[in-house]
Design a binder for this molecule. Structure first.
Ligand SMILES: C[S@@+](CC[C@H](N)C(=O)[O-])C[C@H]1O[C@@H](n2cnc3c(N)ncnc32)[C@H](O)[C@@H]1O
Length: 326
């Protein structure tokens, strides 16, 4: 493959992340209305955002919150594919509420965007160039046409066979078509030793990862996507690395803002995302889990723990003339 260029990870944001020089003073600082961490207006804006959408604290609203956080991190595409022309047929796999598909469709009236999801949670009123289907992406695909752009976001933990899914994406792209995946890795870390292995937060992330391996859908799957894409035949594979600080601890204003949204995203959904994995994957009881989560929540708001979640955007292109490049 003569013009294959698969770049190493590009660190999109400065690294290591610098923490704000401010002592951690009060457990109740984040998330309270009279926020002590200079985040009051931002915290209020998060709640306003959710009220504007007419939903509070249900899973639909949580996903809108997460969409906002993902867009702050990546834009619609972390690899710039949303800026390209010629993406006539677009597929969003595991579309959820369809919010990405709708925004992409609004931005690109020339495209026909299909969102598929195993759960029928998509809205019924959508732009004329956006359509949704209920389908399981792990079962054989039956599209009668090829796509110019296939997109996958936050599907880690939902897929048992990534090799098969990525090969399917490749096979269902037109020559010259693009695939982009955006996802989180549950390899929570800190660069300055402030995330102790004994902390409830570090234990929670490790338990989540362990449980996800036990149930067959590892929560660090994104870390193998780049090599699976290369194996499937993608060229020009690029991986961009981003960061979700666990709360407002970074000094950098953009990362601080992302951290505040990350804090709200995780704490609003903590019980929900933990329940199935801890009970089915580790055999915990519900009371055991809820007791443990009390300390996890405390650590999540502790700004002296400089923890962050690695985030990735990875894209690749199907060769223009696949046979000639083989
Ligand atoms: C965390 S949500 C992400 C939603 C959307 N991609 C976003 O970023 O807003 C994961 C979605 O994948 C869907 N999903 C899980 N397994 C699936 C499968 N096998 N086929 C299709 N969708 C699936 C779930 O129903 C859920 O809506």
């Amino acid at each position: 493959m003569s013009h294959t260029s698969n770049t190493e990870s590009n660190d999109t944001q400065d690294h290591p992340l610098a923490a704000e020089a401010q002592p951690y003073e009060d457990d109740s600082a984040i998330g309270d209305d009279d926020d002590l961490d200079s985040t009051a207006s931002l915290t209020a804006s998060i709640y306003n955002f959710r009220e504007e959408n007419g939903r509070t604290y249900n899973s639909y609203g949580d996903r809108d919150l997460q969409h906002h956080l993902l867009k702050m991190t990546f834009g619609l595409s972390g690899c710039g594919i949303d800026k390209r022309d010629g993406m006539r047929r677009v597929l969003d796999i595991g579309t959820g509420t369809g919010i990405w598909a709708i925004e992409y469709g609004d931005l690109h009236p020339e495209s026909i965007v299909t969102g598929i999801d195993v759960s029928p949670v998509m809205p019924s009123f959508v732009p004329p160039n956006v359509r949704f289907e209920v389908a399981d992406v792990e079962r054989p695909w039956t599209f009668s046409y090829e796509f110019d752009f296939i997109f996958s976001r936050m599907m880690t933990g939902a897929i048992s066979n990534w090799k098969q899914l990525i090969q399917r994406c490749f096979d269902n792209l037109s020559p010259g078509g693009f695939f982009e995946l955006q996802d989180i890795s549950f390899n929570l870390r800190s660069d300055d030793g402030t995330l102790s292995e004994d902390s409830a937060l570090a234990k929670w992330a490790a338990y989540m990862l362990h449980a996800s391996v036990n149930v067959g859908s590892p929560l660090n799957s994104v870390e193998s996507v780049k090599s699976l894409m290369i194996d499937a035949g993608f060229v020009d594979v690029v991986q961009h690395r981003y960061y979700w600080p666990q709360n407002s601890w970074p000094a950098d204003p953009k990362l601080k803002k992302i951290g505040i949204w990350t804090y709200h995203d995780f704490t609003c959904s903590l019980s929900g995302i933990s329940m199935a994995l801890f009970t089915r994957g580790l055999g915990w009881t519900v009371p055991e889990l809820e007791t443990f989560l009390i300390d996890v929540r405390k650590d999540m708001k502790n700004t002296s723990i400089h923890a962050y979640w690695p985030m990735f955007a990875i894209s690749g292109k199907k060769p223009d003339h696949p046979a000639a490049e083989a």
